[in-house]
Design a protein around this ligand. Sequence first.
Ligand SMILES: Cc1cc2nc3c(=O)[nH]c(=O)nc-3n(C[C@H](O)[C@H](O)[C@H](O)COP(=O)(O)OP(=O)(O)OC[C@H]3O[C@@H](n4cnc5c(N)ncnc54)[C@H](O)[C@@H]3O)c2cc1C
Ligand code: FES
Length: 510
Amino acid sequence: MPKSTSIWIDTAHRPSTSPLDRDATADVCIVGAGIAGLTTAYLLARDGASVVVLDAGSVGNGQTAVTTAHLSNVIDDTFKEMLRLHGPDGARLARESHGSAIDAIEGICTGEHMDCRFERVDGYLFLGRNQKESSLDEEMEAARASGATVQRLPHAPVTGFSSGPCLRFPNQAHFHPLKYLNGLATAIRRRGGQIYSDSRVIEATGGAGACVRTAAGHVVRPQSIVIATNSPFNDLVAIHTKQAPYHTYAIGTRVSRGAITPALYWDTEDPYHYVRLHHTSNRELGGDNDDAVDILIVGGEDHKAGQAQDADARFAALEAWTRERFRAAGAVEFRWSGQVMETVDGLGYIGRNPLDADNVYVVTGDSGMGMTHGTIGGMLITDLILDRENPWTELYDPARVRTGAAVEWVKENLNVALQYKDWLTRGDVASIDEIAPGNGAVVVEAGRKIAVYRDERGTVHRRSAVCPHLGCVVAWNPSASTWDCPCHGSRFDKFGGVFNGPSPNDLDPA
Ligand SMILES: Cc1cc2nc3c(=O)[nH]c(=O)nc-3n(C[C@H](O)[C@H](O)[C@H](O)COP(=O)(O)OP(=O)(O)OC[C@H]3O[C@@H](n4cnc5c(N)ncnc54)[C@H](O)[C@@H]3O)c2cc1C
Ligand code: FES
């Protein structure tokens, strides 16, 4: 049986941290210890600022632990879309910012002597099923108009994969994201920064007396606050009507070293498939020798969060897709899933939090490029806090509105409105007795929707199924054993504890 976890979680330890147990002061308080939060903390600390990082869980508790960690400046919403939505200058800046983020990661890895397997590789965009070759020509033209170096090839010059016609984008990269976070955490602490785990933030107030309060009642008083929680919990609607949560799946299969050329591979389907290699060893995977092996990581099968419960079918489809194209793929060793926030115009929201005090900053809207978006977040917010010019400020402004994104905005918000119909539907099962151990389902009791989880011992745990953010009904996610909100992406563990905003609170008791 494959492990239901990411290869990163399986092959990296977490730095030892403890909860905040007293009040504190700092130049900057950063909420969230994923790639966005820790990059921000690192860059600020490197420039001499005092930083306190608070995370509800541990370092790398969120989506950074379940990513596939492609590092790319090839915009996944396509350069064609970037030109349409942001114009030639915007598309060029977007590409440059993601390229600079990769350079920054490489520089940090080298400068801090990190062993996080950072490696430069080529990227290949190839045709998906039933896609026209002309789509590659259009994308090449748009990429060139955005200043990208790109080459059209009859097939990728690689071993182990016959791509057919493709575009080659040189100088992309990949790495081990949790080993990178560990390296950042060590470097932050070496510079005097403080990182606290198990410290959920329930309130972040900006202004002259800025204050960040944890659920345990401790307070940090900083000059500036950065909310890097993937989906901000301190914003009710301003940002959440402009981005939508999508669930995406990944598998890792074992291949012999050298059987497939390390590269980033993506197809032109929507949702697209994304592929990379990770170098590891038999011992790191739990074996008894140091033989070199690779894990082929394939992702895709995305759907709107909380709106599908067929994880097994999606993992099976990914495996079939992989075996058809990568003959060297061996046994599936890992399968996992996670959530990305897709913005209506394809770029992250990074900067001053709209409708808030000037010293509250936010980074969100990763759009499947969260490794680089998170790093851009760290670079841009550091410049804003330290009052330095940054050419990306306007492009990523969280308050921006792009007229070209209106259709997407209407589509996503109509989809949210439709989710409220769940109030009127029957539950997933007629009776709690139908829920097998280790599973969850929404049931209706006295006209109310209840989220019921039956643990492996058979004990039943009941919570209100109504999301505390804006009242949609959550859905059981069988691949991650979580309750996911179909509206704006709040996620709750099987017992109803919130671990991803915008909901600031757990599911209510039933
Ligand atoms: C399957 C999958 C594949 C992906 N592949 C890629 C890829 O190849 N390349 C790429 O660039 N991106 C990819 N992404 C996207 C990328 O992984 C994410 O965008 C990125 O990791 C987000 O980082 P983050 O720091 O913003 O958030 P997170 O890593 O989620 O960190 C947020 C942190 O905030 C903490 N937190 C939340 N609420 C609170 C609170 N109230 N108080 C305190 N702490 C709180 C959480 O515990 C968490 O640790 C992928 C995502 C998935 C799911
Ligand atoms: S996340 Fe908005 S209603 Fe649940």
